[in-house]
Design a protein around this ligand. Structure first.
Ligand code: CMP
Length: 144
């Protein structure tokens, strides 16, 4: 089935100039880019994005890292993209991320691992809403 997912180049990936390579891999796979923006996340956006990890010991460091510089946030669409994009991204642990995957080819740290992809339909909806939806438009209007 056709799905949408949220894919984000993390601050280490943006700094290392990997954004183009990552877009290229998703395009070559036949997926469609629906929205994209370079932005620096504030802590409230980061905490909402990573809410499933809020009780983990590394939560504070995770939020520090993801807010440390610009990320490249994207919405992609395609057949079974949630599952397929996770395969393209590869595992979190550098000893498990296979060559040929994005992390397998470009990451060697489980904290700074270049890219995020939604792990379920529910996360995809929440993450897209957090970055591109009404919540964000309201925050921008408040600032205005
Ligand atoms: P990801 O798999 O995209 O989503 C959860 C993130 O938490 C993971 O990438 C890592 O960036 C981060 N993470 C996982 N384990 C640790 C850890 N032990 N210390 C710090 N960050 C971690």
């Amino acid at each position: 089935t056709r799905q949408r997912t949220f894919i984000m180049v993390k601050p280490d990936g943006v700094k290392r100039g990997l954004t183009g390579e990552i877009i290229k891999r998703f395009e070559q796979k036949g997926f469609s880019l629906l929205n994209a923006e370079l932005m620096t996340m504030d802590r409230s956006k980061a905490e909402y994005h990573y809410m499933e990890h809020q009780d983990k010991p590394f939560f504070g460091e995770l939020v520090d890292f993801i807010t440390s510089g610009p990320v490249f946030a994207m919405v992609w669409e395609g057949e079974n993209i949630i599952e397929v994009s996770r395969l393209m991204i590869g595992k979190t642990s550098p000893t498990e991320a296979l060559p040929g995957t994005i992390r397998g080819d470009f990451a060697n740290s489980k904290e700074e691992n270049v890219i995020h992809g939604s792990d379920s339909l529910e996360s995809a909806e929440r993450e897209i809403e957090n970055f591109f939806g009404l919540l964000r438009r309201r925050r921008l209007e408040d600032d205005f």
